[in-house]
Ligand binder design. Structure first.
Ligand SMILES: [Zn+2]
Length: 375
């Protein structure tokens, strides 16, 4: 494969397209693949010792919760919760900002882990506001999860402040593991709160006030300011920094401990895997818009990760991407239309308004990428 200017190029190793925001290439290899190579050289025994030292400092002797796990009930955050409690003897509090349209399987999986002996709190934000903001950002940015992203980031931090728990465990640093912009060398260990605005939300939620949304309505989405967090000495860490992180291993581990269920169809909509993003019906719509804007969807993302883990051959990945990347799940779509209060016609108008014409061309009745992936 040769790299061309002004076209989508593909990583020679994992096939991830250059249209992924902030992905950096060197010699036709993406920085997620480069990062995976550096991880192979890490001594995880030493990293575990490093973690033990930190935990010793924060472990509660009085029985209070001593760390927070922002928890979706998915394989990764459940793996972290289990390890912290049963391997490292911590007393974690699991904190969830509710999915926009919770799925039955997501609720089931959360209940299973709580039954294993965890304390859990969940915030169900005002549905009128979350639906309004979701619709607004779907139209404006082709992303129905902008406000939700702010909420899942804000809520665990607020709980930390409120309950005086300084230690928070996130999963992995996405920009390092999956390619992107790494702000500083500590980024893969300590979470840089500024990245939330810069990479995930795009702006400060306080700017979202309008005729329909007041500052009170925005309360669940506002992240405490940097000065407050510095004074509080918050310690937001990525568990994956200390652990030989493997999402498939996390899934198998959690499945061995609880009755963890996958999608009812045997695979998640839009992909071949069945262990990720199971808890929210809006996810398959979110990935579909990513596909329209950047040319790759959920299947492509999963395929790239599996190639990196040497669990999938490139030629098989191409077939899977062809089969599933453009798939829109009917049940999810119906749920989302009800949640947003829009018609199918309106929805597909929004879809077409976000199709990136620089990367898509029409061929007959179908669209295909201008620089199609070929092996
Ligand atoms: Zn790559």
């Amino acid at each position: 494969m040769k790299f061309h200017d002004n076209l989508i190029n593909y990583c020679n190793n994992c096939l991830m397209p250059s249209s992924r925001p902030r992905l950096v290439f060197k010699n036709n290899i993406c920085n997620a693949c480069k990062y995976k190579d550096t991880r192979k050289k890490v001594n995880f025994k030493k990293r575990e010792e490093e973690l033990n030292k930190i935990l010793k400092k924060y472990r509660s002797k009085s029985g209070n919760h001593d760390c927070i796990v922002p928890w979706s009930g998915g394989k990764d955050s459940s793996y972290i919760a289990y390890q912290l409690k049963y391997k490292f003897g911590m007393n974690p509090l699991l904190v969830t900002f509710s999915p926009l349209i919770p799925s039955t399987v997501g609720i089931h999986n959360r209940n299973q882990l709580v039954k294993l002996g965890f304390d859990h709190i969940i915030l169900n934000p005002n549905k009128k506001v979350s639906s309004y903001l979701s619709k607004r950002f779907l139209i404006e940015r082709g992303n129905p999860k902008v406000a939700w992203d702010a909420g899942i980031n804000a809520f665990p931090i607020k709980v930390a402040l409120e309950k005086n728990i300084k230690l928070i465990f996130y999963a992995e640093h996405g920009e390092s593991h999956y390619g992107g912009k790494v702000l500083d060398k500590n980024s893969e260990m300590i979470r840089n709160i500024d990245e939330i605005y810069e990479h995930q939300i795009g702006d400060d939620p306080i700017n979202w006030m309008d005729d329909n949304v007041s500052n009170k309505d925005l309360m669940p989405y506002l992240i405490p300011n940097r000065k407050t967090l510095k004074k509080f000495k918050i310690m937001p860490l990525y568990f994956a920094y200390f652990d030989d992180w493997d999402v498939k291993r996390n899934y198998e581990f959690v499945k061995s401990k609880i009755d963890f269920k996958g999608h009812i169809n045997g695979r998640s909509p839009g992909t071949f895997t069945n262990y990720d993003s199971l808890d929210d019906h809006i996810d398959s719509i979110y990935y579909h818009f990513q596909y329209l804007k950047f040319g790759f969807g959920r299947c492509w993302r999963d395929a790239a990760r599996h190639i990196q883990l040497k669990k999938l051959a490139k030629k098989d990945a191409v077939k899977l991407i062809d089969n599933y990347d453009n798939e829109l799940n009917e049940k999810d779509l119906t749920e989302v239309l009800n949640f947003l209060g829009i018609s199918r016609i309106e929805f597909f108008e929004i879809v077409e308004s976000h199709r990136n014409e620089e990367i898509w061309k029409k061929k007959g009745n179908k669209f295909e990428l201008i620089n199609k992936l070929k092996i």
